[in-house]
Write a protein that binds this ligand. Structure first.
Ligand SMILES: [Zn+2]
Length: 202
């Protein structure tokens, strides 16, 4: 046959060498592919070798395989389109917060660089920026107080219900502050308790 069109009977494709995934079962329940002389790829169901073959371009196959590798078809029964993975460094729908974090990070890096210069004294502008950053951290620390039971004032109320939108678990703000400041600076100091040893005098 001269042209191989979509839906052609698979067994009618001359010299087609069909192959399947090593993950395919031995019972013949397989998706099979065969390269065609035109540079396209035929796909058939091994249970119906005389059934129709669908013809795809290499780009189309690559797009599908890449999506499969990315896990987009892990649930073959899913009806929702796969989520669009953001390109590295691309703005995400909720990029407001990460973008802000990046800006703060850049600012801190710049200020740190100036401080590490040693004999460089921070100018008024830089000092103000540093104070603003520290104020922001202090504000966050005040807002996201975590008590001994792990309840955050903001993220988790005393009713023990997490606010909608906050991930269940440890308060993320508290966790982030702990990473940079250390637990001792973010955890309220425990009330001083008398130990048994000191009470022995009585
Ligand atoms: Zn919190």
């Amino acid at each position: 046959m001269d042209t191989i069109v979509n839906g052609v009977t698979a067994s009618d494709i001359p010299h087609a060498v069909w192959r399947k995934s090593s993950k395919s079962g031995a019972q013949g329940n397989c998706v099979e592919v065969a390269p065609l002389p035109t540079g396209t790829i035929a796909v058939r169901n091994s249970r119906h070798p005389d059934g129709p073959a669908l013809i795809f371009t290499q780009d189309e196959m690559t797009a599908f395989v890449d999506g499969a590798k990315a896990g987009e078809f892990d649930d073959p029964l899913a009806t929702e389109p796969p989520p669009v993975a953001p390109a590295p460094g691309a703005a995400t729908p909720d990029s407001g917060t990460p973008a802000r974090y990046r800006a703060i990070g850049n600012e801190l890096e710049s200020l740190t660089g100036q401080l590490l210069e040693g004999d460089t004294v921070l100018d008024r502008d830089s000092s103000e920026r540093l104070l603003r950053l520290l104020s922001g951290v202090a504000q966050l620390q005040q807002l996201h107080r975590v008590d001994a039971d792990g309840n955050c004032t903001i993220c988790r109320t005393k009713s023990r219900r997490w606010h909608p939108g906050s991930r269940q678990g440890e308060c993320s703000v508290h966790a982030a502050l702990s990473t940079y400041l250390g637990r001792s600076l973010t955890t309220p100091a425990a009330p001083v308790q008398r130990t048994g040893a000191t009470r022995r005098s009585g």
